[in-house]
Structures are given as C-alpha cells and as structure tokens.
Design a protein around this ligand. Sequence first.
Ligand SMILES: Nc1nc2c(c(=O)[nH]1)N[C@H]1C(S)=C(S)[C@@H](COP(=O)(O)OP(=O)(O)OC[C@H]3O[C@@H](n4cnc5c(=O)[nH]c(N)nc54)[C@H](O)[C@@H]3O)O[C@H]1N2
Ligand SMILES: Nc1nc2c(c(=O)[nH]1)N[C@H]1C(S)=C(S)[C@@H](COP(=O)(O)OP(=O)(O)OC[C@H]3O[C@@H](n4cnc5c(=O)[nH]c(N)nc54)[C@H](O)[C@@H]3O)O[C@H]1N2
Ligand code: SF4
Ligand SMILES: [Mo]
Length: 700
Amino acid sequence: MKHSKDGIFPAVCPLDCPDTCGLLVHKQDGKIVKVEGNPEHPVTRGAICNKVRNMAERVHHPERLMHPLRRTGPKGSGAFEQISWDEAITEIAGRFKQLSQEYGPESILPYYFYGNMGVLSVGGMDRRFFNRLGASQLDAKICSAAGTAGWVYTMGMDGGASPEDTVNADLIIVWGGNIVSTNMHQVVFAEQARKRGAKVVVIDVHRNRTAQWGDWFLPLYPGTDTALALGLMHILFRDGLTDDAFLEKYTVGHKELREQALGYPPELVSQITGVAVQDIEQLAKLYGEAKVPYIHIGNGLQHHDNGGMNVRSIACLPALVGAWLKPGGGAVKSNGAYSSTNGRALARPDLRSNPRARSINMNRIGEALEQKEQPVMSLFVYCSNPLVVAPNADKVKAGFAREDLFTVVHDLFMTDTALYADIVLPATSTFENTDLFGSYWHHYMQLQEPVLEKQGECKSNVELFSLLGQAMGFEPEIFGQSELEMIRETLDHPRNPYMNGVTLDRLMAERFVKLDMTPKEHYLENLPTPSGKIELYSKAMEQAGLPPLPQYTPLKEGYDGMRRPEQGAAYPLMFISPPNHNFLNSTFGNVGKHKKMEKKPALQIHPEDAAARDIADGDDITVYNGRGIVELTAMVTEKMLPGTVISQGLWWEGQGTRQRVNVLTPDRLSDMDGGATFFSATVEVKKREQALASPDPMQL
Ligand SMILES: Nc1nc2c(c(=O)[nH]1)N[C@H]1C(S)=C(S)[C@@H](COP(=O)(O)OP(=O)(O)OC[C@H]3O[C@@H](n4cnc5c(=O)[nH]c(N)nc54)[C@H](O)[C@@H]3O)O[C@H]1N2
Ligand SMILES: Nc1nc2c(c(=O)[nH]1)N[C@H]1C(S)=C(S)[C@@H](COP(=O)(O)OP(=O)(O)OC[C@H]3O[C@@H](n4cnc5c(=O)[nH]c(N)nc54)[C@H](O)[C@@H]3O)O[C@H]1N2
Ligand code: SF4
Ligand SMILES: [Mo]
C-alpha cells in the first residue's frame, strides 16, 4: 500500500482531456479533502481546472455506487436490489455462456469510451476479455475519428507540433476549439507567447470563453471551415505569401492545390462562411506574414457531415507558409501517436477465435439495437454514458429499453444509462487504481498508483474483467495478470520510437517520464504518408472515393447549398451542442457544485432569432426537430451569427426532465472514418407555453 490515511500523494487526472495533469491529492482521515496541480509536473506546473479542484466532491459523493445491484422494476424505473459480487459475476458469466450458445458470441457488444483515460482502464483486461469471448467489436468513433482521418491523410500520423514549443509562436489561431475550457495549459503557453507579442485569433461559431480571451474573434457559419481555409490559401497563393521552397521539398500536390484555391475567391468564401471579405484578407495577410504561426485545431469543427475535410483543409495551411520548420509553428490536431503503447499486448486480439467478428459503430448504437437480424442481445457498458452522450438519444433510449436486452453497466454512479441496466456494478475512482497514462497532447507518460482505499465494494475495470474471465473459465495466466505486469508489457513497444526508454522502473522512480522526442527532428523527412511528404493532393483519399484536394461540401441538414438552412425550412436554426466549462462530457453532471456553477441547461439564441419567435431572455423554451424534443431556458445573446443556436454541456435527464441535447443530434456518419456529426443538426425553437405536438411519438 503506497498510501496512508493522511498525507499528500501524487496522482494523475484520468479525464478525457488533453492536459493529463499531474495531481497532488491531500487526504485527512482516509478521505480526499483537496486536489491540486502537481507543481513539479512540467506541463501542469501546479495549475489545474476547476472541475478537478472540486474532484473530492465526486469521489466521496453520497450517491456513489458502492455495491452491485440487480434490477427489480421496469427498465429506467430505478428499482434495484443489492446483490453480492459473486452473484453478479455468476449471473453475467451464465448469461454470456447462454447467449454465446444460442445466438453466438457476437450477440454481445461492449460499449465503452474514455471516462477514464488510463491505458489499462479502456484497452486492458476489458478488451482482452471481449476478444477472448469473441464478442462484437466496437468502432469507438464518437470523439475524433473524422478529424483524425483528415489530419492523417495530410500528415501521415496523429501528431503535430510540440505543445511546449508553442510559446515561440507569434500568431496563434484557435480554430474550432474552446481551449479555455478544454485545454487550459495550451492557454498558459499561448499567454507566454502573447507576452512576447503574439496575437491570438479565434475562429468559432460562437463567442465562447476562448473567443472572449483571444485578441480577435471571427464568427462563422457552422461547417464552413473548409471554405475559409481555401479562401486563405487563395490569398496566400495570389499574394506570393507562400514558401515555395518548402512546398517543393516537403509536399506533393501544391500545383493542384493552387489551381483548386483559385475557385475560392474571398467574395465567394465570405458568402459561404459569413466572414467579411476584409477579415478574410486580413487573416490571410497575418498568417502569411507571421514568423511562427501556430494553429490549434479543435474537435468542434470535425463533428460535422464534412468534419474530416474541415480538418484536412486546415492541416494543409502550415505547409503553404513553411511553418513546420519553426519550433512552435505548424499545428496540433492531436498528438496521440507519440505516446501510443503496445495495445496488442494488452488487448490480445490473437485470443479471438473469430477475428472477422462484426464491428458496430458506437455512433449508431440506437440503430444497432433495433436490428432484428443477428440482434445484439447483450450490452456491456463501461467508461461511457451513451444515453446522454450518443447522438439521436431517444433512439438509443428505445434500444436500451428493450426487454430482451441483457445490459450490464459498470460506473461510479447511477447514470441515465445505468438506470436501464439489468446489473449495475460499482467502479473505483482512478485514485483507487494502478494505471498508466499518456497524453494526446503533451509528451509525458505518468504512472498512477492507488492513493485511496477502495471505496465500498468498488472494483476497477481490470479487476472486474479479470474476475469475469476467470468465471468464464478463460486462461488463468492471461486473465490473472497484475496491473504492473500489464504496464510493463504495454510499455515495450519498439514500433513507436518515441516510447524508447520509457520504462516502468523509470516511471516508478521519476513519476513523469518524457517521451524520446529525437525522432521528431526528422519528422518532415519521414512522414508516414504514402509519398513520405505532406499530401496536399492525396491519392489515398481519391482511392477512398473522397475529393483528393480540399473542397467545400455543405452540411446535409436543411442547407440551401450555400450556407444557412433554407428560409422557411421546418428546422431553420443550426444547433450546436459543445461541452461546457464545468462538466467533462456528462461526467460531473450529477455533482451539486459543478451543476451550480453551470446554473441550468440553456439555449443561446441571437436577438433576431429570438424576436422572430417572441422569445425573451430567461423564457422556458422547447427546442425540437424530427428526432425529438428538448426543454431549455432561452439565453438571448449576440455571441453567434443569426441562424445558429448553442446549448453547452451534456446534462443528465435523471427521471422527469427533458434536457439531453443529444435527443436532437443526428446519427449520420461524417465524411471520413465513420465519425460523429453532433453539430450538423437543425432545430426550431418555441416558447414553452405553446402546445406542441411531438414530432416523435416514441418519446412521449
Ligand atoms: N471543460 C471540459 N473540457 C473538456 C471536455 C468537456 O466536456 N468539458 N471534453 C473533452 C473532450 S472528450 C474533448 S473531445 C475535447 C473537446 O474540446 P474542443 O477541442 O475544444 O472541442 P469542442 O468543445 O467540441 O468544440 C470546440 C468549439 O468548436 C465550435 N464549433 C462547432 N462547430 C464548428 C464549426 O463548424 N466551425 C468552427 N470553427 N467551430 C465550430 C464549438 O462552438 C466550440 O466552441 O475537450 C475535452 N475537454
Ligand atoms: N451533443 C454532444 N454530444 C457529445 C459531445 C458533444 O460535444 N456534444 N462530445 C462527444 C465526445 S467528444 C465524447 S469523447 C463523448 C464522451 O462520452 P463518454 O466517454 O461517455 O463520456 P462521459 O459522459 O464522461 O462518461 C464517462 C462515464 O465513465 C464513467 N467512468 C469514469 N471512470 C470509470 C472507470 O474507471 N470505470 C468505469 N467502468 N466507468 C468509469 C463515468 O462515471 C461516466 O459516467 O461524448 C460525445 N457526445
Ligand atoms: S480535466 Fe484536464 S485540465 Fe482539468 S485537471 Fe484534468 S487534465 Fe488537468
Ligand atoms: Mo471527446
């Protein structure tokens, strides 16, 4: 045991956030009383966000699940009885054996995401278990699939500039990211750059916290970023602001791109995007003349029908001006590849007797549960809250309500999803676990060792799937491995040169171990694209049936082919539902302190759009489309262009409210790699007292 009842202990923030902070956990009498940033962590430097400063409230929340439960009432009713772990495991193993015999193991589907970013928490014993079982595979594409594909087509790997270098930038463009809320240490680096004279430009569909902090905010219509990027390229080529020596040496397709950009003159781009011609001209000049321009590519602009292409197009910009040759210049979409560990050693796909088992895209979970042929008969949910976070959420709920579906949920709380489970299992918090953490942004690996007693009868994901493996009669030596053994194995990953020298022993001794970044010195000479160069023209995209060059395609819902939903359309407002400041996706949505800071679920609406509907600030409103209805409070504001409405935060429904924004979002897949299209939704809004026939009878 590394911990005692009192003292200060090092830990790692497990949340799905690029910063992956080093923490110091303060304990009194066996309870956490304070969480702060570790001043010794080279990126955290003692500063953490409000959410995690208040983490003790979540870890010691009176509603934390402490025992396994079995459902006793209808699904969703919240009626459960306490059972023992033995009973729970026996029942699950029994059902899995029976389903495997009757329907085949592919009738069982795991559903997970990154509620805990630990390498062992999602990608450890859990994957190993479902591989050995032969379950259906989950295509885990809810977060960043489309944008990553767009980036990788261009740059070859899921990695860009080094965050710590960005202090050298003299122009920072935050494009479709709300970093004040979602990547606070990038703001710290940008502030350092700003002290030396750097300018911060924010391109977004609403004046979010980051736009309020930046120097210049450019609002645009949702899903039009490719057009803006091409408009910038048009001017860069036109005005001789490109670095032609760089283009010649490190890229393929610059001549074709130059041709393509000719088709996007500022006047046209202004019509498409809503950005004034003079602003497009000024931004291009700023970018072309900057010495070290850096672009932070957020997740927001890729949650669209055309999301892959949005990222792909922006990813071409640094090459045009040769920004990659300057430390701190270039761009980051995400840096996940640098810290990738040996996933196969943990997940053991070799244990699968049916390597071609079907894959189900998590963005289509509602539809997958409707399927009558080869039906999904059991769902095992962990580290995710699909009833709140998955698109087209009423369809998801209808699937979860199926009487013949055997559902297990492992979580710390009775989430909206857990209310529909047959068996609910209590999960440990990260502070009770042993785990390994990389970051998808900075370059440090970290080890988490338990700093808190296991609460109640909670079990970690590793323990749970180890027990289940044993109950299924799977190989004890494979399902009985310890966490430290697993960490040692996954760190052994010669295929990732950045992991060179990162060992368990060093992690135990040093706590934060920097990746070996020397291979990055030759990054540009050695890009893992088919040509080895930055692909401004991508043959691979062409082969995949995609436009090989950046090309603007309007969103699918209600668009008139140019930019905004058609006048007179049934759902004429673009509905964007990005994260809020005090929750982490739906995590913290049940914690009093965090909810209080967010007040209540609201819809930001432009005064013109509000006036047209006789809506005043503070009115109760109904927001609806063909997928469903949500009830929110109007917040009348000029933070976005007319025609766009915003609702921040993934609020829980619990029982009796209608505030899950994902009821309104589409489960269409994006242009690349099956990504989610949360932000490509259109809606209409009415004042609440007006009676409204539900467009979706299922949910009344
Ligand atoms: N506080 C907090 N931090 C978080 C999270 C959280 O829920 N809360 N979630 C975590 C996770 S899982 C992720 S993936 C990241 C996401 O964090 P970010 O990368 O910041 O991405 P989002 O917040 O999804 O969207 C960023 C911005 O994109 C804007 N946007 C939407 N559509 C468009 C568009 O078409 N064009 C442009 N230019 N902008 C658009 C949204 O309005 C929003 O302001 O944050 C992580 N960190
Ligand atoms: N409308 C809209 N929808 C969105 C988004 C958006 O911006 N707008 N963002 C999307 C994005 S980017 C993402 S990444 C997804 C996120 O979707 P999810 O990954 O589902 O995120 P959370 O809502 O944080 O749910 C994580 C759950 O895991 C649980 N958990 C935490 N640690 C553990 C553990 O160790 N073991 C187990 N078993 N459970 C644990 C938490 O208690 C929580 O209930 O949401 C997506 N949905
Ligand atoms: S959520 Fe992000 S910023 Fe907050 S403590 Fe965790 S890693 Fe750091
Ligand atoms: Mo995400």
